[in-house]
Design a protein around this ligand. Structure first.
Ligand code: GLC
Ligand code: CA
Length: 551
């Protein structure tokens, strides 16, 4: 069994990490060239977003061949070299398995189109009903979830883009092929797997119409059969590997299901990504809105899930950022005067909780959303559709743009800032997505005079040295405080206190009674705190973060 609590995982979006051959697109050789940088963080594993053969309609999440590297990213030899070089520094590889759907350019879909019955059963092909689509489900990227299947009477289901056809997991042949994909990469020395939107694989077999968008999700999300599929996949692939680390991306899931997916005795997955905390800046549950984050709800979700999942024996991935999210600093921190302090504070708040931390490339520099001024700067299909949808709803162009600007996935897909040059040291030519702000935020500057990267190094070191952080139980504290995020970790009589101020103003705080007078020491802080004993009352500075251990 893996000790999940001692691991830290770094996420690389290959298209945006480093371009080694001057075509404006990041690639595998680019990652190989930056191994020394990765080594300094001391992470255990790297999750790579997909670099398989793909028409890139959804940036590689539309896979046309699961077993080949897309030439724009490199060759299989490059990949093997990357795995070997990372192994030398004790870093494992986690690949992105997009198994809910494949590209319509995949051989399976093409054979199905050409009339091959076996492959037609790989997809959800249904006839329209009374001149209508087979059902009323909506694509998550906007518009109906059905598209015409060639020039037949049939439609195929796509919960995402029309170029991403959902695979019918009810068909055992499909599941067998997909386990084969996982085993193909295992044979290449891969131990980590991230399963894309894996909890929507068990669609309601009748594909019934939904009565409203909330109920609609229940028809294809977290259905009980997903647990069976995962047990089977575990048995037939990664479960045979003692070193495997797996994470399921769980769209709109629940606490109970998160526990069920990750309880070790059930042999499904090591952990889950859940997203409720990243919806606390949605207005009325709608992503394409612009609103400040709701601190009380953020706190209640993060700590509530932590406590219940810990009690239920499940395990979580801990993260603020990924390639689908705008930068956390823009949402929950400060991008100006307190950029550094708020980045450190967010890092501590997240990473000392119970679970396995994931750090998204550039987070360790305090990267922020790009300063774009036109829709032409965006590439993502989701952002483009959302902009049109907002205009259709009657928003003015500037309002619609402001919303897209604050929510687009391209925000975090901007190339990594290596230095302050025109293309941020990422490429010698115009990159596929333009960087901005590299004059003040970049690796070169951060490593010579910055304080975020080093704080992240300290956080990682702390996790690796403290059993309390790796294995301790967790309890939220100061739950009603409007400004302070606080929790304690406990293990075999040891205690750790974490206090984080989420605002740019200081706070006079009454410390939790159970901690007042407790002696100990500060293990890490981003301000002047040097307590040797927890005071009754203290002033917590703007974005201050304190980790105190009882001794
Ligand atoms: C996941 C990926 C996202 C992709 C979607 C469809 O949410 O993280 O980038 O667009 O699945 O594959
Ligand atoms: Ca390149």
């Amino acid at each position: 069994m893996q000790k999940l609590g001692s691991k830290v995982i770094y996420q690389i979006y290959p298209k945006s990490f480093f371009d080694s051959n001057g075509d404006g697109i990041g690639d595998l050789r680019g990652i190989i060239q930056k191994i020394d940088y990765l080594k300094q963080l001391n992470v255990d594993m790297i999750w790579f977003n997909p670099f398989f053969v793909s028409p890139q309609k959804d940036n590689g999440y539309d896979i046309a061949d699961y077993k080949r590297i897309d030439p724009r990213f490199g060759t299989m030899a490059d990949f093997e070299e990357l795995v070997a070089k990372l192994k030398e520094i004790n870093v494992g590889v986690m690949l992105d398995m997009v198994l809910n759907h494949c590209s319509t350019e995949h051989e399976w879909f093409q054979k199905a189109l050409a009339g091959d019955k076996k492959y037609q059963k790989f997809f959800y092909l249904r006839k329209g009903k009374d001149g209508q689509l087979p059902n009323n489900w909506q694509s998550k990227f906007g518009g109906p979830a059905w598209e015409k299947f060639g020039d037949s009477d049939y439609y195929y289901l796509h919960l995402y883009a029309p170029s991403q056809a959902d695979l019918d997991w009810h068909n055992p042949e499909v599941r067998k092929e997909l386990a084969g994909v996982v085993n193909f990469w295992r044979a290449k020395g891969v131990h980590g797997f991230r399963f894309d939107v894996i909890n929507v694989t068990g669609k309601d077999e009748l594909l019934a119409d939904s009565t409203d968008p909330i109920e609609e999700k229940h028809l294809y999300t977290d259905t009980p059969v997903v647990q069976d599929y995962l047990k089977e996949l575990n048995r037939n692939s990664f479960g045979q590997d003692e070193d495997s680390v797996t994470v399921g991306e769980m769209s709109s899931t629940t606490i109970a299901n998160s526990i069920a997916y990750t309880k070790p005795e059930d042999h499904e997955l090591s952990m889950v990504f859940t997203f409720h905390h990243l919806k606390t800046d949605y207005k009325d549950g709608e992503k394409w809105t612009k609103a400040p984050f709701d601190f009380m709800s953020l706190k209640q979700i993060l700590l509530g899930w932590q406590e219940e999942i810990a009690q239920g024996g499940g395990w979580q991935a801990l993260f603020w950022n990924n390639h689908d999210q705008p930068w956390a600093l823009n949402r929950f921190g400060d991008t100006g005067k307190y950029r550094v302090k708020s980045a450190q504070m967010l890092g501590m708040a997240m990473q000392l909780m119970r679970g396995t931390p994931f750090i998204y490339m550039g987070e360790e520099l305090g990267m922020i959303d790009p300063d774009y001024h036109s829709m032409d700067d965006y590439v993502d299909i989701e952002a483009k559709n959302a902009y049109k949808m907002l205009l259709d709803k009657g928003y003015q162009a500037d309002e619609a743009f402001a919303i897209v600007h604050s929510k687009a996935r391209d925000n975090s897909r901007v190339p990594m800032h290596w230095d302050d040059s025109k293309y941020a040291g990422f490429s010698t030519v115009t990159p596929w997505l333009l960087p901005t702000d590299q004059d003040r935020i970049n690796v070169k500057k951060e490593l010579s005079e910055g304080h975020i990267f080093s704080f992240y190094q300290d956080l990682i070191k702390l996790r690796k040295s403290e059993a309390l952080i790796q294995d301790g139980m967790i309890k939220g504290l100061l739950k009603d405080d409007p400004q302070i995020f606080a929790y304690e970790r406990t293990l075999n009589g040891q205690r750790l206190l974490v206090l984080c101020n989420f605002y740019a103003k200081s706070r006079q705080l009454d410390l939790p009674a159970s901690w007042v007078g407790q002696t100990g020491r500060v293990l890490l802080a981003n301000d002047a705190c040097a307590w040797t004993e927890v005071p009754t009352r203290a002033e917590i500075a703007p974005y201050e973060a304190i980790c105190f251990k009882a001794e």
